[in-house]
Write a protein that binds this ligand. Structure first.
Ligand code: HEC
Length: 165
């Protein structure tokens, strides 16, 4: 009897270990230093605009959730609480099928700006989160977000991207 009990305990323990080695949900594992997580369903959001950066040889696309898209289209600033912007970046790769065309290559990083005027009052009402391979970047990297957005786009609620109709 004791042996069976021991075996059951061992089995439960290993099952627990097994389960805990899986990331439960993206939101649970991936909180950036400021508390920003990867929002569920972000990949179904609408496109604000694409962009590219030569020095990094990257293609990006900026997406917005419904609250953000509504504000963009109404040209309303500042963005209301609940607005979230996403930036997806890939290496720029030459198309294998068509010369002179560039397409997204290796994914580089995923970034979010979450509007919550009260919670993120110290950074223009925006919470910043950067994720590489699904994992949040460190505190040092997150220290760079606000200074650059503040220095360059103060007049646009600290958002660089303009809506591309
Ligand atoms: C040195 C300047 C700089 C730094 C540092 C920076 N950004 Fe940006 N960010 C930009 C520029 C420029 C854009 C415009 C789009 C692009 O670059 O493709 C942008 C765009 C964004 C966007 C899309 C909304 C918008 O403003 O256009 C998000 C989201 C974003 N950045 C998040 C972050 C996060 C999170 C960090 C820190 C981990 C960060 N950024 C650090 C310059 C910066």
């Amino acid at each position: 009897m004791r042996n069976i009990a021991t075996a059951v305990v061992a089995l439960l323990a290993s099952a627990g270990l097994f389960l805990s080695s899986f990331p439960a949900t993206a939101a649970e594992v991936a909180a950036a230093p400021g508390g920003v997580t990867i929002p569920k369903g972000y990949r179904n959001w609408q496109v604000v605009a694409p962009s590219q950066r030569d020095d990094k040889d990257e293609i990006r696309v900026i997406l917005g959730n419904n609250i953000a898209m509504k504000a963009f289209r109404a040209k309303k600033l500042p963005f209301p609480d609940g607005a979230i912007l996403a930036k997806l970046a890939w290496k720029r790769a030459k198309s294998a099928e068509f010369n002179d065309t560039f397409v997204p290559g290796e994914p580089q990083r995923l970034e979010f700006m979450v509007k919550n005027a009260k919670k993120y009052a110290a950074t223009g009402g925006w919470g910043f989160g950067r994720f590489v391979n699904g994992k949040p970047a460190d505190e040092m990297q997150h220290g760079t977000c606000w200074p650059c957005h503040e220095a360059n786009v103060k007049g646009n609620d600290f958002v660089f991207t303009r809506y591309a109709p």
